[in-house]
Design a protein around this ligand. Structure first.
Ligand code: NAD
Length: 365
């Protein structure tokens, strides 16, 4: 029987609550599809600081190194906001994990299901029957990591400097991830850059155009990032797979999350090295630890459940199990189950809490 080692890092706020539901669904998927997981639960984020003195304790990193995938909840909260920025849960845990495991490919589905279009802030005439976009964001290059960085005085003036730098091979490897993702979907890939202004974008566009020849089944188009931001709110359904560099991706994926309706629905995968089994990856909801609703049992667990499904697809070579979990989520929504973030008061809605939504997905599975 196939068995997979998973590090489970639930974290803070709603993290442990939604993780519990994702693991219940994982138990059921294992039984149904005949595989097992060996799970190592570790402290991270604020919980890591409280229990081990660091947002990313050494033992947590060791467990992650021994695993094929990291199932991550969320980190952070007001309790740790007064710490120096570099020691806070988000900076102290997530960025080092991304860097340590070179998780360069961030996959973020932006799905607005037809039943949930009323939760989107877009007009009904624009959101239509919903949409299903996949954004591929380069995650370890560009301005967030580029050197030099500087903030201080130079030649009598206060100067702040960040460096936007990409190596060609960094663009090539994210391009292959994006082309493969597009080939597995509708075959349409839109690359987003700012090639009219930035040298890094000129190289980005050249590399994508060259690599396109290796994927004749994929139709490649290009958009400037300002236009892409506008097109997302004008007509999101025109997109299938979007691919972009780190900073643009940070902004566009948040825009995408908002137009989908709720943070509680959106999973993500951050992929690194690839072996014969699949990618090493970190899988987490797109939202944060939601301290405003933590501990109340009302958080939507779907983003965490769908993140687990992405883990089954990309790190555990269990695509059928991943599809079954995703279909179960769609069926639970179609049957009317709604956590508070999704509820609109429409007839037929069944209001549930975190565990109730977990039950609904399990029943559908
Ligand atoms: P957030 O995503 O935690 O919350 C934004 C809003 O979305 C809140 O109203 C929250 O209740 C709601 N929301 C988010 N997830 C939800 C869910 N599953 N179900 C229902 N509603 C949900 O963002 P924030 O409030 O800006 O940040 C809160 C904390 O989380 C901060 O400490 C922040 O730094 C941290 N954070 C962590 C991550 C991460 O762990 N990857 C990401 C973003 C923010």
């Amino acid at each position: 029987m196939n068995s997979y080692n998973i590090a489970v890092l639930a974290g803070d706020g709603i993290g442990p609550e939604v993780m519990e539901q994702a693991l219940r669904v994982l138990d059921a998927a294992e039984k149904k599809f005949g595989f097992t997981t060996v799970r190592t639960a570790c402290w991270v984020g604020g919980a890591g600081i409280d229990h081990c003195g660091r947002a990313l304790p050494a033992e947590t990193l060791v467990a992650c190194e021994a695993a094929q995938a990291i199932l991550f909840g969320s980190v952070g909260g007001p309790k740790w906001d007064t710490l120096p920025p570099a020691e806070r849960p988000e900076r102290g845990a997530l960025l080092p994990l991304r860097k340590h495991f070179e998780l360069y490919a961030n996959l973020r589905p932006g799905i607005c299901l037809p039943e949930l279009t009323a939760a989107s802030p877009l007009k009904a005439s624009i959101v239509g029957q919903g949409f299903d976009i996949l954004c591929v964001r380069e995650l370890t290059g560009g301005m967030y990591f580029g050197e030099p960085k500087f903030y201080g005085e130079r030649e009598g003036e206060v100067v702040a400097l960040d460096t936007l730098v990409y190596k060609r091979r960094e663009v090539e490897r994210i391009a292959h991830v994006a082309f493969r993702a597009a080939a597995a979907r509708s075959g349409r890939l839109c690359s987003v850059d700012k090639a009219n202004v930035l040298s890094s974008s000129v190289m980005w566009r050249e590399v994508f155009t060259e690599i396109a020849a290796q994927y004749p089944q994929v139709q490649l188009s290009h958009l400037y990032v300002d236009n892409a931001a506008m097109q997302l709110v004008r007509n999101p359904a025109q997109f299938d797979v979007l691919v972009t560099e780190n900073t643009f991706g940070d902004i566009l994926t948040d825009e995408m999350a908002v137009i989908c309706g709720s943070m509680g629905m959106l999973p993500s995968a951050s992929l690194g090295a690839r072996s014969s089994e699949g990618f090493f990856g970190l899988y987490e909801p797109s939202g944060g630890s939601a301290p405003d609703i933590a501990g109340q049992g009302i958080a939507n667990p779907i983003a965490q459940i769908l993140s687990m499904a992405m883990m089954l697809r990309y790190s555990c070579a269990q695509p059928a199990a991943a599809e079954a979990v995703e279909a179960a989520v769609r069926r639970a929504i179609a049957a009317g189950y709604r956590t508070a973030d999704l509820a609109t008061g429409a007839p037929g809605e069944i209001r549930v809490g975190t565990a109730g939504m977990g039950d609904a997905v399990l029943a559908a599975l």
